[in-house]
Design a protein around this ligand. Structure first.
Ligand code: ZN
Length: 278
């Protein structure tokens, strides 16, 4: 009996101890899982935050055009508005050859920037050639770290523009393709912001534009769309729309801003050589 009891008595504490250990191990495991989960979540958030700051930093430095003061007004871009405080940080990137397309950005005074741009036909929309062109324009635009591109800027004299206000290729839902766009109304209220352009590397200037615009356009499926743009998107649209009319932002600079960029324009003209159209 004792022989039976003793082992029983000795087993009980061990069993309790093992149970306690098992409970502790279980709790420890849960804590470990929670800690790992939190760690991964924090790492993801940090990466996203860093990437967002990086994107903003890049889009501040090297967009197709931008305005630092305008960026600071963007509620979607609060991060990094203080990172670059002067327009000297503006610098477009020449992507050269871009994988997936033969398109290249033409630079002032390339005649394509001043040539007439043809309306896109229903046939071109149907056969997929415009969708292909738009897709390749996005490739070039992102490679150049720009936010918008008009077809004449890649030597295609068609009334087509693409843009993404975020300049972030991962935010493809923000991508906009405008086919045969028209400005049907605009505000008399204007604002002045600093713009640059991928066809005018290493320079920028202040441009006055309407604060809002109403536009009509076809989308890539040929469906008519009506939109109203304000702020940053209104500015992007107006800049690209000018390209479709053979107008470039330097045409809109006041005397002082024009004088500032004239030496750079002269360099571009000299670099281009024969055949340029001012
Ligand atoms: Zn431009």
């Amino acid at each position: 009996m004792f022989a039976l009891l003793i082992p029983c008595c000795t087993i009980q504490p061990h069993a309790r101890s093992n149970e306690a250990m098992a409970s502790l191990s279980f709790v420890a495991l849960i804590l470990l899982v929670v800690a790992t989960y939190c760690g991964i979540a924090m790492a993801l958030v940090s990466t996203r935050l860093i990437s967002r700051v990086g994107q903003n930093a890049l889009s501040r430095r090297k967009p197709m055009f931008l305005s630092l003061s305008h960026y600071s007004q963007q509620s979607l871009r609060p991060i990094g508005s203080w990172l670059f405080s002067t327009a000297q940080d503006l610098e477009e990137k020449d992507p050269g050859v871009v994988k997936g397309t033969h398109l290249r950005i033409v630079k002032y005074p390339h005649p394509a920037l001043r040539a007439e741009n043809e309306e896109i036909t229903a046939e071109e929309l149907k056969d997929g050639s415009i969708a292909k062109l738009a897709k390749e324009m996005f490739l070039v635009m992102y490679a150049a770290e720009g936010v918008g591109l008009a077809a004449p800027q890649v030597g295609q004299n068609k009334r087509l523009m693409v843009y993404n206000p975020s300049g972030n290729s991962k935010k493809w839902l923000d991508e906009v393709i405008m086919v045969n766009p028209k400005i049907v109304d605009y505000s008399n209220g204007k604002d002045i912001e600093t713009e640059g352009c991928l066809s005018f590397p290493d320079m920028d200037g202040k441009v006055e534009r309407s604060k809002w615009i109403k536009v009509e356009s076809l989308n890539i499926r040929g469906k008519k769309v009506k939109r109203k743009f304000t702020g940053w998107e209104a500015r992007i649209f107006q800049h690209e729309y000018d390209h479709l009319d053979g107008v470039v932002y330097v045409d809109r600079l006041d005397e002082e801003n024009r004088a500032n960029v004239q030496p750079r324009l002269d360099e571009l003209v000299e670099g281009f050589g024969e055949g340029g159209v001012l």
